[in-house]
Ligand binder design. Structure first.
Ligand code: GDP
Ligand code: MN
Length: 391
């Protein structure tokens, strides 16, 4: 989960990194108010989940209210590489003597955290890494000791930080490592990490990706996703704890296990259909989760037919069948005329198919194999009729 710059800076501040005072706003009037609070000159910054905002015209200095109104008005609504700017961050502008670069991430091949530092910050760091790799210091950290003060000092001085700020840069690196570790981030980056004329070391930008699978350990971070730009169905799924990704087609997909769902998408595509979603109900799906999943799939108005593909190991097909029957009754699926194709295989599949057959739900078809199920659902979505299928 990627954070907006200002959200990242709020995490930085919590861990003792220097950042400028600022406020997030969504209108020009609020920007004027925020600027008056933080004090001119201010910098007006587009909050979008994409880098290179400065070059795209999404970062502007404003010396007074007139300039602020002009920039805020221009940047709000601006499109930056396909991202629409809805939020601005207004912060007190900093004077800059030097722009450095710092980041922490997990180096999977080395199986260690990697701290990177360069005095060539502010620019594209990939370019520095490519053209002048000697100017990008890479230091692997022993996860058991963490980044020690001595190591951080060495990274800062070997990287060429001005002598009088080596101590300040080292402190910033340690704080950044702490952000990365304690917040369960996959990436924590500062570009630029500036030195002011007063020789203060400060994070002028932030780029943080949090590990979504560790979010449960950080209730205070759960509200940080970019809600405005999130699909409403995906947001709802996240709140309900369902693994759901919206796609462009018209065939709803429900399966258990990410691998099975991925191959279901493939098989449906092969049969000439277009999946409307990815939905993994997970191992051990019970009646309640199936009901919730069906409800979510049908909330997408593009869906014309639904394929339920369950291969049961831990999951029991009779439980799935009960969930489906409950969902169909509660949601009035039969009456709503959205056809379902159900393929149940594995633990208690005979029992599951028997329950479904007994319920004799209108518009619910069964299939024994994945290919048969895919062909049926594609035909149904196209408005053709198919055989109901034997239990
Ligand atoms: P990015 O382009 O998306 O990486 O956005 P940044 O936040 O890194 O800003 C881009 C550039 O704008 C920085 O490298 C700085 O040169 C400049 N900039 C940002 N904030 C300030 C500020 O407070 N004062 C000054 N003088 N320049 C700034
Ligand atoms: Mn930047």
């Amino acid at each position: 989960m990627d954070l907006l710059e200002y959200q990242g800076k709020q995490l930085f501040a919590r861990h003792g990194l220097n950042v400028s005072d600022g406020k997030p706003v969504t209108t020009v009037e609020d920007a004027v108010e925020a600027a008056a609070e933080v004090g001119y000159p201010v910098v007006v910054k587009a909050q979008v989940l994409i880098g290179g905002r400065g070059k795209a015209g999404g970062v502007k200095l404003a010396a007074d209210e007139d300039e602020l109104r002009e920039h805020a008005g221009n940047i709000l609504g601006m499109d930056i590489k396909g991202h629409t700017v809805r939020t601005l961050w207004i912060e007190h502008a900093s004077d800059i003597a030097s722009e450095y670069y710092a980041s922490v991430l997990l180096d999977r091949s080395a199986k260690r955290p990697l701290v990177m530092f360069s005095v060539e910050g502010g620019v594209d760091i990939e370019e520095v890494a490519e053209k002048t790799p000697e100017k990008l210091i890479r230091h692997h950290v022993d996860p058991l000791t963490g980044l020690t003060h001595a190591e951080a000092l060495r990274v800062a001085s070997e990287g060429g930080a001005d002598a009088d700020v080596v101590e300040g840069v080292a402190d910033a690196l340690i704080a950044l490592y702490e952000v990365w570790l304690q917040e369960d981030a996959t990436l924590a980056e500062i570009n630029p990490l500036i030195v002011t004329p007063e020789r203060e070391v400060k994070a002028l930008d932030s780029k943080i990706s949090l590990d979504g699978n560790a979010l449960y350990r950080h209730p205070e971070n759960q509200g940080l996703s970019d809600r405005e730009n999130e699909d409403p169905l995906e947001r709802r799924a996240k709140e309900e704890g369902v693994q759901y990704v919206k796609l462009d087609g018209d065939i709803g997909i429900l399966g258990n296990g990410a691998g099975l769902v991925m191959s279901t998408l493939d098989v449906v595509s092969q049969a000439g259909g277009a999946p409307a979603n990815f939905l993994d109900a997970g191992g051990g799906s019970n009646a309640e989760t199936i009901k919730q999943a069906v409800d979510l799939i049908l909330a997408n108005e593009a869906v014309k037919a639904v394929l339920v593909n369950i291969f049961a190991g831990i999951t029991r097909c009779d439980q799935v069948a009960l969930g489906l029957i409950g969902a169909f009754e509660q949601l009035g699926v039969g009456g709503k005329s959205i056809p379902f194709v159900v393929r149940l295989d594995g633990t208690n599949d005979v029992e599951g198919r028997r329950l479904l057959a007994e319920a004799a739900l209108p518009n619910v078809h069964t299939a024994k194999t994945m290919n048969e199920a895919a062909e049926k659902v594609v035909a149904l979505a196209a408005g053709q009729s198919v055989e109901a299928g034997a239990p």
